[in-house]
Design a protein around this ligand. Sequence first.
Ligand code: ADP
Ligand code: MG
Length: 303
Amino acid sequence: METAVSLRDVAKVFGSFRAVDGVSFDVPRGDIFGILGPNGAGKTTTIRMIMDILRPDEGEIRVLGERLGDGLKDRIGYLPEERGLYRKMKVAEMLEFHGAIKGMSRTEARRAALLWLDRLQLGEWKERKVEELSKGMQQKAQFVAAVLAKPDLLVLDEPFSGMDPVNQSLFKDVILDLNRTGTTILFSTHQMETAEKLCRRIVLIDHGKVVREGVLAEIKAGFGRSSVLLEFDGDGGFLRWLPHVIGVDDYGQSVEVLLEPGADPQKLLAEASSKLRIRRFEVVSPTLHSIFIALVGGESPHA
Ligand code: ADP
Ligand code: MG
C-alpha cells in the first residue's frame, strides 16, 4: 500500500497536557480519509503537525513518502480550521496570489481560479473584496485557494462546518470529483453523516488517542449488522441498560439502539414493548453516528 500520509506514535504536548497522545495511522494514496472525533479530540493539532505548522514532540510523520519540506508543500492543498484570507484583496486577485505561492504562473492561476469560482457559484464575486463575502462564501473562496494548484494531497480541517446543506452537498461533490481524478483527500470532521458518505477509511480519535482506525465498512461490520430504530410513547431511559445494548442515540422523537453483534432485535422488541407503547420498530445497519456515540460516550458530536 502506497501511503500519502503516515503517522507513527505521534504526540503533541501543551504544558503537561497531551493533546495528541501516541497517534498512528496511514492514509493510502488515492483515498478519502476522515479524521473523526468530538470537539477537543486533537484533530486540528494532528492536522497542524501533518502540515508542519506544529512540531510533534514524539513520533514521526511522513507525507508523500518524505518528511514535509518546502518542496513538498507545492503538492499539498490545505484548508485550515481558522479561516483567514487577505480581506482587502479582490477574490480573483487573492487566488492568483495563492496560485503564485504554489508555483503557478499568474495566467495559469487566474484561469484556474475563474473556473473554480464558477463551479462554486462565486463567479459573480470575483472582482469583489474578500471582506464583502459572507462567511460561507469566504470559506468557498478559501477552498478554491487550497485546490487551485491541483494538489496531490488535499488536507481539509472541518470543511463542512458552517456550510448550509446546499453548499455541503456542493463541497462533497467537488471532493469526490477531485478524488476521482487522483487527489488523496484527508479531512477532519465531527459530523458523522458526511464522513459516512465520503470516507473509505477513518481514524476516530478521542482525548488525543486512537479509538478505532481502518476501513469504514469493516469498522461498521465489527459492530454487527443491526441497530434498531424505535419510536415510542413513554420513558425509554431503561433501553440503555438492557442486555446486548452497546449504546442508545436519542433523538427525542426516536432512538437508535446499537446492539452487540449477534444480538436478537426481537428480544429488544419484547423488552421494549413490555414497558413502552411502540410506534415504530425497524432493524437497520448501524450508522457511524451511533457507533461514534457508543465509542466516545455521551459526548455529542454536535456540541
Ligand atoms: P479538535 O480539532 O479535535 O477539536 P484540537 O486539536 O483543536 O481539537 O485541540 C485538542 C486539545 O488541545 C484541546 O483540548 C485544546 O484546547 C488543546 N490545544 C490545542 N491547541 C493548543 C495550544 N496551542 N495550547 C494549549 N492547548 C491547546
Ligand atoms: Mg479542530
